[in-house]
Write a new protein. Sequence first.
Length: 256
Amino acid sequence: MIVSYLGTKGGTGTTTLAVNGAADIRRITNRSTVIVDLKSGPGDVALFLGLRPRHSVLTALDHLAWIDPVMLSRYVVEHDCGLHVLAAGDEFGRPGQRDADAVEQTLRALNSIYDYVILDVGTSLMMPAAAALQLSDHILMVANPDVPCLRNLQRLIDAVKTAGVTGERLQIVLNRASEFGVLSTAQIERVLGLRISHSVNSDYRTVASAVNSGVPVSALRASEINGQLDAIARAIAGFPEVSRPKSGMRIAAQAD
């Protein structure tokens, strides 16, 4: 299964959700999971997990690693939580248009090796991100509850559909939904005429602590954001809901 996280603009928290989504899927399912940083230019996935990989997705592309799964596995680094990471390169503008075919072949190869392939595609619909989205089983579109971001969301949905992605594969994730003074989920759904699949509250302290420690949020103490991220991962993986007696919350995991 290939799952892409696509931000409606920079700074929406797409990498945070992608990294924690991948780590939670690995933890919940105990199945092989890899996250690929597909942003053009230096990315932050490895940084968020405290990793300093020797190789990157560009190394894999330039060495035609998709031809040999054993070779491809050499460019992946493993985090202590069991999640595998194919990090972004340091070269600005890559992967780019000329890498589109190689990226597609690499993703197909990874999908044949891993049970779950999680992609952080950033905010661009240019190649090779567009090719990655077309291969994805689920696309989580990350937005913040503010007017500029929501305006971009509507435009991005239209652009993704124009690129050949069917609407049933799209899910909207409202990040930082609890920030003061922003629009409510009900208001957003009414204005856009769209359903918000998941909401994640703002918890800068917990997220910053996880990044500074190089671990996923699930490795820290129980919190509301921990439960919300867990619910998204369970929905993607199709795992049943769980009860959290401590908070009295029930976390549903209904696949969209």
